[in-house]
Ligand binder design. Structure first.
Ligand code: HEM
Length: 399
């Protein structure tokens, strides 16, 4: 199969200046399940429509996360067997068992308890930023926020934040030359750190998620140190850059749509629906991949067994079959069945409630403390076809 330059949606440089929204729209209309030639790779099927993204996500018995991994580029067998310790790379029934253990710690009560901490973190970050002459919204607010929240979630002491921050950042091996890393050392350091934290909480439990996870359940099972370490690594990977991109992409959306910012300043009840619209609009994660276990039909195409199938969440989130006014940023949108957290099914984002809360509280605090926030220079995007990310965003907090 050949890919014309008109319909290429894979090359990272395409994403350097803006998301390729027109290409997505053209493919949704003309070729919604599209055989895409991946330069230097075996190629993949790109899934562009909302309904097909949901279908794939909800049929793990056909579309496996375990078989080939969830990233478009193939991992080595060694990487893949390490990745498969994480639930993101597992299929039911193995995935069901891992996720059930984790769900014990990720209850609405445990997550809800974090709201005041999140508010306090947002105020601290804004205080520090207000004291500076120039502010980079990414480095000063969007990046530290989710990281500090994960530290709270783990019950890690504040003095460990910077270490955890450094390890997590080093693990984000994005395609961009400014950020790329092949170094696996930080993964193992974080793993060891989390295992030790688990051992301490097993001895002296507290009212935090780690203590819940390592404590024996009614059936006697509990997470061992390695499983906890692996889970914390997954949280650091899955919960950081995603939320950072939702925050920065959300602020950019307000800069591009000042009417919506004024609307929020006048009516804070919109904070209820704002997070999902920000996540629909930004689509912080661009793709997840599955591998077909059997031949199957999708969008009128027959896909053989053993093929890569790639879900384009941003495209699904602009699908006019579901959102008639898909290209309108409307913070009051309700209902909002976007696929930014995945298309449903077993892998639906574990952190969705937490991420929504972080986005809600951040914009609540910005509306209260920095109503005149404005761009102070050109934002720079990350050159990545995996996450929709801004890497530098100069802002002015005061009028
Ligand atoms: C899975 C998006 C924040 C933890 C996922 C998936 C997506 C996603 C697309 C894959 C769904 C699938 O394959 O069907 C996002 C976005 C976020 C966000 C857009 C922020 C706006 C978070 C946070 C955490 C988190 C804050 C935790 C602290 C996870 C985990 C998984 C996951 C553990 C794997 C779930 C599984 O395999 O069962 N997320 N996420 N995410 N997310 Fe998030």
């Amino acid at each position: 199969p050949s890919t014309s330059t008109e319909t290429d949606i894979y090359h990272p440089s395409l994403y350097e200046t803006a998301m390729p929204w027109e290409r997505y729209a053209r493919l949704r209309a003309d070729d919604p399940v599209h055989r895409h030639a991946e330069p230097g790779g075996p190629g993949f099927w790109a899934v562009m429509r909302h309904a097909d993204i949901q279908h794939v996500s909800r049929h793990p018995e056909v579309f496996s996360s375990h078989a080939g991994g969830v990233m478009v580029p193939d991992a080595s067998e060694e990487q893949l067997s390490r990745n498969r310790l994480m639930m993101l790379f597992q299929d039911p029934p193995e995935h069901t068992a891992t996720r059930a253990v984790v769900n014990r710690g990720f209850t609405p009560r445990m997550i809800g308890k974090l709201e005041e901490h999140i508010r306090q973190i947002c105020h601290e970050l804004v205080d520090a930023a207000l004291a500076r002459d120039s502010v980079d919204f990414i480095a000063d607010i969007a990046a530290p926020l989710p990281l500090y929240v994960i530290c709270e979630l783990l019950g890690a002491p504040a003095e460990d934040r910077e270490r955890i921050f450094a390890w997590s950042n080093a693990m984000i091996g994005a395609d961009d030359p400014d950020f790329a890393t092949q170094d696996t050392a930080p993964i193992f350091e974080l793993l060891a750190y989390a295992s030790a934290l688990g051992a301490r909480r097993r001895e002296e439990p507290r009212d935090d998620i780690v203590s819940k996870l390592v404590a024996p359940a009614e059936d006697g099972s509990s997470m061992d140190d390695l499983a906890l370490g692996v889970f914390v690594v997954l949280l650091a990977v899955a919960g950081n850059e995603t939320t950072r991109n939702a925050a920065s992409g959300g602020l950019q959306a307000f800069f591009d749509h000042p009417d919506q910012w004024r609307r929020l300043l006048e009516d804070r009840s919109l904070l209820r629906t704002l997070p999902d619209e920000v996540i629909r609009w930004v689509s912080p994660v661009i793709t997840m991949r599955r591998t077909t276990l059997t031949e199957t039909e999708l969008g009128g195409r027959t896909i053989p067994a053993g093929e890569k199938v790639v879900l384009y969440y941003p495209s699904g989130n602009r699908d006019t079959a579901v959102f008639p006014d898909a290209d309108v940023f409307d913070i009051g949108r309700d209902p909002n069945p976007h696929v930014g957290f995945g298309g449903g099914g077993p892998h639906f984002c574990l952190g969705a409630h937490l991420a929504r809360m972080e986005v809600r509280v951040l914009f609540e605090v910005l509306a209260e403390r920095t109503p005149g926030i404005a761009p102070a220079g050109t934002a720079r995007r990350l050159r990545s076809n995996f996450v929709n990310s801004i890497k530098e965003m100069p802002v002015r907090l005061r009028l």
